[in-house]
Design a protein around this ligand. Sequence first.
Ligand code: ATP
Ligand code: MG
Length: 489
Amino acid sequence: MMRVFNSGQSVFLSMDKKSSSPIGSFFRRLLGRDQAESADTVAAPLENGRQLIPEEVHQIPRRHLNDAAMKTAYHLLDEGYEGYLVGGCIRDLLLDKRPKDFDVATNATPEQAHELFRRSRLIGRRFKLLHVRWGRELIEVATFRASHDSQPTNNDGEHGRQNDSGLILRDNVYGTIEDDALRRDFTVNALYYCPKDHCVYDFANGYSDLQNRTLRMIGDPEARYREDPVRMLRAARFAAKLDFTIEPATEEPIARLAHLLDDIAPARLFDEALKIFQSGHGVESFHQFRKHNLMQQLFRQTVESLDNPGDDPVEALVLNALTNTDRRLQQGKSVTPAFLFAAFLWYPMVRRMAQLQREEGLPPVPAMHEAANQVIGEQIRQTAIPRRFSTPIREIWELQFRLPRRQGKRAERLLEHPRFRAAYDLLILRENSGEDLKGLGQWWTDYQAQNPQARNQMTREANKDEPQKRRRRRRRPNKKRTEQQPKQD
Ligand code: ATP
Ligand code: MG
């Protein structure tokens, strides 16, 4: 029998320890044994604004709860620990959206939880976690954490650490479920689903904020942003993704404190950039990021072009790239960060290239390569782009200069280039954004749709429009120069 007690500071569940098999107990619970047991535990609202929202009120269908996450939580319960589904997954289920991932929170330390799951791995240093694997699914199990000014309980020798400006360096101070709720970022991200009584536990008034579609920081917004500036990116991201309004006190410090993101590791910012712009809500995120002065914290060079577009359709290209990405995600198609970065940084690269030609007299191809190096190099200092993406960005750009040259067998060879598709997509976006490419995009669209004979005819026709190939004079090989030359097909 399980009962819910409200013992002053936190909610405790007392529970029996009948089963040791997570799978057995999982099915028993699905069959409803626990629902009957929990009839007497559906509690009235707790004091101090802490509430239990019963199943008939929150109405999360049980079939929407992830099996692997439920098995994880049940196994923790069976072993005498607490176990809840928490965070974005509960928020999304309440909004009738499909959660991206499911997280479990427990009072077991990472090491204690590790003992309980055969297929589990401890990860993280800044924030210790347990990854539990069930088939192809991965469930993240986090120990209840306390905020840094509360006394560490149960902290296993590890401490939280903050630097002088309040930035959290390490976050391994353990606490109760209530501590855990209050150290989360937004009220709607601090809802816990209890697999025993199927209630949602709310310690921060998140349920009511969720119903009012309000994004509200828990605690003092400025202090919480100083603790972790990435929360500013998360505020704008969730506002876009959930179509929520950021509550004024939560919104006000963002533009003012955006610069604090300069202190965040570029690798973390790269991960955040992907979550923001490859979430299926890229266009709305872009508007939120511009509005809140956050865009330049991720894409300084893009913002410079956006603010000084001259004759270039910079914003149109960025928005078209995002619309295209959003549409592909909606259709269940894959997307690559290389494409998005190539589009965001296209005008910065083209401008740098023109500058290198103008000021240093570099010929177009070496200028393009040098511009690509400089622009990608600068971007990497903001968001660490892994090499597996930076190389394709260069290739997509290089192909923009090769796609107009279709003589002989070139068109056919270009079609086989592993980056052809992405390069063609960027070409189309440039054209749709307003660059005058003399029908080149349409030519490639038609070319792909044709049979070999018609393709031959098309390349012959295209030759007429292209400048005649100049005969290259034999030159004595100059090693340095040859190294810089790009492949000429
Ligand atoms: P989504 O997965 O849809 O991007 P999410 O809210 O689940 O959204 P995660 O990054 O998966 O985001 O984090 C899971 C939960 O961890 C959050 O809901 C929140 O409670 C907490 N959390 C994540 N990042 C932070 C942070 N920087 N500060 C405080 N709490 C955080
Ligand atoms: Mg999540």
